[in-house]
Design a binder for this molecule. Structure first.
Ligand code: LLP
Length: 422
């Protein structure tokens, strides 16, 4: 469910015509709907009312300060994977006590920053990381709260690049090996064991892998208890999928209920780390058609947004629906929608049947609220696009477009290099 609909033949976000925003901020731009965001948060939270839990939004999906600060107000925490994300979470008003820190490659500075901020817990991804966190906590005169990210070896049946809970993936610690790490952690002076964690993948459209993972974690929780290790948190990661085209993922209500039923009366606080399901369908990316290019074999619609703005189609072959901002009932044609980047992988859609588009037409690339802007880059020295947040009839530019000056900020040409130019 989202808020992007045609009215009198024009695509709107709430009560604002997307073409009005385009006229104001130019294209490409990202546009998010605040009421949709609100609905998605509530759809996740309502089935959990009465369940001892904390939802920690996976910020990698969307780290806009405006969006995060709205989430902070809704009581959400954050799942962070870098010092930069922790910085943003705190800046947006998310208390450190609601932050979990995941990721296989935490640096010493990042570990120190998180310990000093007083986060809820580190999700430990390797034996060595556990030792380093113990050391750093000792150095800082603190005790670091940790959970071990267990790799439950279940197949999430999703794209291989976004599967994380199988033995061949770099994430987490084997179920078998994790017992030894818990015992090791128990004897560490500066470590407080607080939980157990897993995350098996992203864009899952079936409940069974989640339930298999819960089963494996539960067995481990019981084994830990028999060794006198009691936990506070059971972190089940994120991963619930959304509809990009014709997928039919479980509704958050069914997901939350199935998980809480499967967990049963363990007495642990449940931590969830949803990303995509909260923000994916809250956003679109709007672009302008620059050219039509017709060859003997194909018609290319060249637009002003490329893989640097939205990389998902190029990287995962991901499908994003494309809608013209002006509804047309005329002829349709099969086209490739491509960007301006100098790579053949730079496409937004391939062999897609769309209404005939001409130079100057505007299109919306749908379901772009998750892993859209956050994965954008300056490749080809293209400026990163602005982000706009719509609330009813009002809209706010929550990030302005980068300028060319921004592109070179921080760069230096050393005098010695300049002199050598001859
Ligand atoms: N927790 C952890 C530890 C994660 O690694 C992830 C995502 C999440 C939570 C949130 O998962 P979600 O609920 O959004 O599925 N760039 C890819 C997705 C990568 C997901 C990586 N981890 C894409 O555009 O599809």
């Amino acid at each position: 469910m989202h808020d992007f609909d045609y009215r009198d033949g024009k695509l709107y976000c709430g009560d604002v015509a997307l073409e009005d925003i385009a006229r104001d901020v130019g294209t490409p731009f990202y546009c998010y709907s605040l009421p949709t965001l609100h609905r998605h948060i509530r759809a996740f939270e309502e089935p959990l009312a009465g369940v001892n839990h904390q939802t920690c939004f996976a910020m990698k999906a969307n780290s806009s300060l405006a969006i995060l600060s709205y989430m902070a107000g809704q009581g959400l925490g954050a799942d962070v994977v870098s010092g930069g994300e922790l910085y943003r979470a705190l800046k947006a008003g998310i208390p450190a006590s609601r932050v979990v820190y995941s990721g296989v490659g935490k640096t010493t500075d990042e570990i120190d920053m998180a310990i000093q901020a007083g986060i809820m817990m580190f999700n430990i991804e390797s034996e060595q990381e556990l030792g380093v966190i113990n050391e750093r906590a000792g150095e800082l005169g603190e005790r670091a709260p940790v959970s071990i990210r267990v790799n439950p070896d279940v197949d999430p049946m999703t794209h291989p690049y976004i599967s994380t809970g199988m033995k061949k993936n770099k994430f987490g610690i084997d179920v078998e090996a994790s017992m030894a790490q818990y015992l090791r952690a128990r004897d560490m002076e500066n470590i407080e064991i607080v939980g157990i964690d897993c995350h098996i993948g992203s864009q899952l459209t079936d409940l069974s892998p989640f339930l298999d993972a819960v089963d494996r974690l539960k067995t481990l929780v019981e084994k830990l208890a028999s060794h006198g290790i009691t936990l506070k948190y059971l972190d089940l990661g994120g991963g619930l999928g959304i509809t990009y085209s014709d997928e039919e993922p479980p509704h958050p209500r069914d997901y939350c209920r199935a998980i809480t039923d499967a967990v049963g009366p363990l007495g642990l606080k449940l931590i969830f780390e949803p990303g995509r399901v909260i923000v994916g369908n809250t956003g679109v990316m709007v672009a302008t058609v620059l050219f039509r290019k017709e060859t003997k074999d194909k018609t290319f619609i060249v637009v002003d947004a490329g893989m640097n703005d939205l990389i998902r189609p190029a990287l995962y072959g991901a499908y994003h629906d494309i809608r013209p901002l002006e509804a047309v009932n005329g002829a349709r044609e099969t086209v490739d929608v491509v960007g301006p980047i100098c790579e053949s992988g730079d496409f937004l859609a391939r062999d897609r049947e769309l209404p005939e588009l001409s130079r100057g037409d505007l299109i919306a690339v749908m379901s772009a609220g998750a892993y859209g802007f956050t994965m954008s880059s300056n490749y080809n020295s293209r400026t990163r696009p602005p982000e706009v947040l719509v609330d009813g009839a009002k809209y706010y530019v929550v990030l302005k477009r980068q300028s060319y000056e921004d592109l070179v900020t921080g760069e230096k040409v050393p005098a010695a290099v300049r002199n050598k130019r001859g």
